[in-house]
Design a protein around this ligand. Structure first.
Ligand SMILES: NC(=O)c1ccc[n+]([C@@H]2O[C@H](COP(=O)([O-])OP(=O)(O)OC[C@H]3O[C@@H](n4cnc5c(N)ncnc54)[C@H](O)[C@@H]3O)[C@@H](O)[C@H]2O)c1
Length: 251
């Protein structure tokens, strides 16, 4: 149903999890996809699984020089990108009293600043084309959070703010910018979170979902491909929850 034929779409953090599912879904919808990640082995494996529509570039998206090289290399292979998914992210489990400024910068570098750096690298081609779609993978932590994950909520709230701000700057040039806020999605990142918690937390979290299950990477990917496509032509500056309704519950 979603048609991305003829589009080139870059996806960060595409080696595994939600990013890999987004790259796969976008290719399935007809796009040529450029996968970026720091995990070279898994990145290569995921790109090969997707097939000839996929190109890949090893890149730490906190470094602007690496972004410049990766975006240029992918442009050579795929042509100018008019789709960008800022998906790469990390959890944070810091103590606000003992966290160092370097640790703070690391979290914000991946979860917030990288989205601006990637957008800055790709926007010139979108402005030339006169259209484009950027999707930032935020989190339900942008609106609700839990103890022990400082300062993840601050970075993801910032990403939703960046989404609005960038949408205002680029909308007059035909570029749409939206956020997607997943809830609990079954990936290695979620496993890492549950491994830190008592065993009953996983079931308790599942029980709080209106739909009675945790999400899959594919659940997020289908919403992202919709937002990348012309089917979402009148959608910008929005934050789409993909959380099985968990954020509708008070307790
Ligand atoms: N899984 C969830 O429950 C959940 C919920 C809400 C939001 N999210 C968000 O969704 C996104 C994807 O999460 P996921 O669960 O698939 O995570 P994941 O850890 O499984 O995958 C993240 C990918 O990003 C890559 N990455 C990390 N730092 C990078 C860097 N500096 N440069 C390039 N690549 C880097 C990793 O190598 C990895 O392949 C993240 O932004 C995360 O915050 C996830």
């Amino acid at each position: 149903m979603i048609d991305l034929t003829g589009r080139a779409v870059l996806v960060t953090g595409a080696a595994r999890g939600i990013g890999a599912a987004i790259a796969e879904a976008a290719a399935h919808a007809g796009a040529r996809v450029g996968l970026l990640d720091i995990d070279a082995d898994r990145l290569r494996h995921t790109a090969h699984r997707i097939g000839p529509a996929a190109a890949w570039a090893v890149c730490d998206i906190t470094h602007e020089d690496q972004i410049a090289d990766a975006v240029a290399a992918l442009r050579e292979e795929l042509g100018p990108a008019t789709g960008l998914v800022n998906n790469a992210g990390r959890n944070a489990y810091a103590d606000p009293l003992t966290m160092t400024t370097d640790q703070w910068d690391e979290v914000f570098g991946v979860d917030l600043k990288s989205a601006w750096l990637m957008a800055r690298a790709v926007l010139p081609d979108m402005l030339t084309a006169g259209h484009g779609s950027i999707v930032n993978i935020a989190s339900m932590h942008a609106t609700l959070t839990c103890p022990g994950m400082f300062p993840y909520a601050a970075a993801k709230s910032g990403l939703v703010g960046l989404t609005r701000s960038l949408a205002l700057e680029t909308g007059p040039h035909g570029v749409r910018v939206n956020a997607v806020s997943p809830g609990y999605i079954e990936t290695d990142l979620l496993t890492e979170y549950f491994d830190r918690e008592p065993p009953q937390v996983r079931q308790a979290a599942t029980d709080k979902h209106i739909l009675g299950r945790l999400g899959s990477p594919h659940d997020v990917a289908t919403v992202v491909t919709f937002l990348l496509s012309d089917a979402a032509a009148f959608v910008t500056a929005a934050d789409w929850a993909v959380d099985g309704g968990v954020s509708a519950r008070f307790t």
